[in-house]
Ligand binder design. Structure first.
Ligand code: TPP
Ligand code: MG
Length: 321
């Protein structure tokens, strides 16, 4: 386990998101933004296991996933600002960060919209006889949707190589999980015969070890597994959310994953100077990302209809046999 790498990823996400919040309030980012602040340990801990060729499925709260799997902060920031140098040439924005070369099959504005994509990607990997896996993130709100149940069923039935990662931050927008779901997640997942683990999503190493344990089976071809990370978003559902559905204590009372891990590293002998230098380097990179995004050109309206469709694949390898 690369402990400094885990901390670096979480720190980068936190400070990226704080810049995004400020830029949004200055009117420099169109649309909505959903910040990942508070949930950093989940993306960092799970995606530390990502191997080249794995696929990652994200959500509307997807900046952290993109950064943790190595999307360049300059390209991510440029995309959020709608610039031509962004991951989707400025035409996707916050809820459509997409980076195929990194295996990221997109953030997704549709709650649970990533689940069928994960099942499709998993089926594709299996049919092609490949050893890579799918890491599929989704929120607690997704578990009430039909496609979640359909996805678990097919993934289990066809033994697809998928790690489902539920980021349970206890709220779907303004609706608390407890008030809106009749089932226990663990019982439901186990009813599909899928291995399940619950971890403290505010603890980077707990997430790392939980994901690692489950991924062993997934990578051995034993079918899907399910990680539930109990976490908290420290900010509103979106920037500007008046947050009338929960108390300040509830939002801010949880352990801060970044500060907690920093303290843990110091207590286990890492020098303050090492962390400080790492943080300064991240600040420099993120300042550069903002500068890059702000000075990048806008997309040309003539490009609006480019990159929307691809020719379907016709030469399926299993049909030649
Ligand atoms: C199908 C669908 N229904 C409703 C919405 C509106 N909406 C956007 S995010 C959200 C809450 C999602 O909650 P959760 O899955 O727990 O993710 P979180 O925001 O907590 O990260 C809702 C209801 C949507 N985008 N898609
Ligand atoms: Mg939620």
């Amino acid at each position: 386990m690369n402990r400094l790498g885990l901390y670096q990823t979480m720190y980068r996400i936190r400070r990226f998101e704080e810049r995004v919040e400020a830029l949004f309030r200055q009117g420099k980012i169109p649309g909505f933004v959903h910040l990942y602040i508070g949930q950093e340990a989940v993306a960092a801990g799970v995606l530390a296991h990502r191997q080249p060729g794995d696929y990652v499925i994200s959500t509307h709260r997807g900046h952290g996933h993109a950064l943790a799997l190595g999307v360049d902060p300059r390209e991510a920031m440029a995309e959020l600002l709608g610039r031509r140098t962004g991951t989707c040439k400025g035409k996707g924005g916050s809820m459509h960060l997409f980076a195929y070369e990194k295996g990221l099959l997109g953030a997704n504005g549709i709650v649970a919209g990533g689940i069928p994509l994960a099942v499709g990607a998993g089926l594709g990997l299996k049919l092609l006889g490949r050893e890579e896996v799918v890491l599929a993130f989704f929120g607690d709100g997704a578990t009430g949707r039909g496609v979640f149940h359909e996805g678990l069923n097919l993934a289990a039935l066809w033994e697809l190589p998928i790690l489902f990662v539920l980021e349970n931050n206890h709220y779907a927008s303004t609706t608390s999980f407890a008030e809106s779901h009749a089932f226990q997640v663990e019982a439901l997942v186990k009813a599909y015969g899928i291995p399940y683990l619950r971890v403290d999503g505010q603890e980077a190493e707990a997430v790392y070890h939980g994901a690692g344990e489950l991924l062993q089976g997934v990578r051995q071809g034993k079918g899907p597994a399910f990680l539930e990370a109990l976490t908290h978003r420290f900010k509103g559902h979106y920037v500007g959310d008046p947050e009338q559905y929960r108390s300040r204590e509830e939002a801010w009372g949880a352990k801060d994953p970044v500060a907690t891990y920093r303290t843990h590293l110091l207590e286990s002998g890492v020098e303050e100077r090492i962390l400080w230098e790492l943080e300064q380097e991240e600040e420099r990179r993120l300042d550069e990302a903002v500068g890059y995004a702000e000075t990048s050109p806008w997309p040309d309206p003539k490009e609006a209809l480019e990159d929307l469709f691809v020719e379907p694949v016709r030469d399926y390898p299993w049909e030649e046999a």
